[in-house]
Design a protein around this ligand. Structure first.
Ligand code: COA
Length: 352
């Protein structure tokens, strides 16, 4: 068995910066409200109809490949995490393979649907493949183009102000140094509140879980069965929805739990963490988690102020930035943790 190390990292953020003030053109909100509740000052939006989740992911991937010092032809497995894919199907895994121009190798491409925990789930899967010796260069990508699917009206403001676009990627390789690399990963889920942070339409549910009438099923005009009804469009049910207070309450419980679980597994305490990279859900959540674990400011990295919540991309973007800023050094104990829709959550401890 090998250990899995992060051999390369990269990220891509679209150029267009969207301030809180700009959002007030579309919805009843204020810079003060957004900053006070979420810590977010601005976010990036990709260029619609030019950039996509895949194209952003491919740029981040190429940067991670270059950072690892390998050729893209050496990638032997692809894992892609997103909740905003280019297509309903196929997933972005095959699309990023094509975008990178590495279809000749016909390496496997796996799509991860774990929203904000997507990168942690992907990392854990990659770790299993790498440490058993099955793959030598796994490309893991988290990418999101939220701006394409948000509700830019006051009714959608609690969700829309939070999310931003971006992509992050990592190359995972085996190492024979047992003291280095991924020490442990922990994944959890509880589907009880699946619809409380979700985009459920279009989908195949046909109203099953929440009542057929609400969505306009059965549809007399199309008895063959459809993913989307006119009523969904008319009633603005085609956007993400979020029970913010429930998400907040659950996140501040699950983040510390899953971080503590990982620390215990390797016999460490919160004080041993050199850098915690939490999923950038909300600055208030990260601050709450920091307080519960008794961590100092220099032990926690946050960049949500600049980018908003980029879901599957947030952990690799923050990890790359922290490393590039010299905040992570060789030998450091790095903790990654995430919580999100599902609800799903997870953690990883890495000896850098
Ligand atoms: N601007 C101004 N007012 C807003 C607003 C916005 N962008 N979004 C919501 N509001 C209003 C609500 O309409 C509500 O008004 P009302 O009292 O007149 O009905 C009021 O603010 C309070 O709404 P509530 O949802 O209870 O606010 P909150 O204090 O819980 O803050 C969140 C909302 C979304 C910031 C907060 O719940 C949160 O951060 N939750 C976690 C979200 C998260 O991290 N999601 C990602 C998970 S991976």
């Amino acid at each position: 068995m090998f250990n899995t190390k992060i051999a390369g990292l990269g990220y891509y953020l679209p150029e267009t910066v969207v301030s809180n003030d700009e959002l007030t053109q579309y919805m009843d909100t204020t810079d003060e409200w957004i900053q006070e509740r979420t810590g977010i000052k601005e976010r990036r939006y990709a260029i619609k109809h030019e950039e996509t989740t895949t194209t952003m992911g491919a740029i981040a991937a190429q940067r991670a490949i270059d950072d690892a010092g390998i050729d893209k032809s050496e990638v032997d497995f692809i894992i892609f995490a997103t909740l905003s894919p280019d297509y309903f199907f196929p997933g972005c895994g095959v699309l990023v393979q094509r975008e990178l121009g590495i279809t000749d190798q016909e390496v496997g491409a796996l799509d991860i649907r774990n929203q904000c925990s997507g990168f942690l789930y992907g990392l854990s899967v990659a770790d299993q493949f790498v440490k058993t010796g099955m793959y030598k260069n796994v490309l893991l990508v988290g990418s999101e183009m939220h701006s394409m699917g948000l509700d830019f009206h006051t009714r959608g403001r609690n969700v829309t102000v939070i999310f931003g676009d971006g992509a992050g990627a990592a190359i995972l390789q085996p190492t024979e140094d047992e003291s280095k690399g991924i020490l442990t990963t922990h994944l959890h889920a509880n589907g009880t509140n699946a619809e409380e942070l979700a985009m459920i339409t279009p989908g195949s549910h046909g109203g099953h879980h929440l009542g057929k009438e609400k969505f306009g099923f059965p549809s007399e005009s199309d008895p063959g069965g459809i993913y989307i009804t006119q009523k969904m469009i008319d009633d603005h049910l085609i956007y993400p929805n979020m029970n913010g207070p429930l998400v907040f309450k659950t996140a501040v419980k699950k983040f510390p739990e899953v971080i503590t679980e990982a620390l215990k597994k390797v016999g460490k305490n919160p004080g041993d963490i050199d850098m915690l990279i939490p999923h950038q859900a909300n600055l208030r959540i990260a601050q709450f988690v920091q307080r519960i674990l008794g961590l100092k400011d220099e032990q926690v990295y946050n960049n949500i102020q600049k980018y908003g919540n980029t879901t599957a991309a947030s952990v690799p973007i923050a990890l790359t930035e922290a490393r590039d800023e010299g905040k992570i050094s060789e030998g450091d104990l790095v903790c990654l943790a995430a919580f999100g829709s599902g609800f799903t959550w997870g953690s990883a401890l890495i000896r850098w």
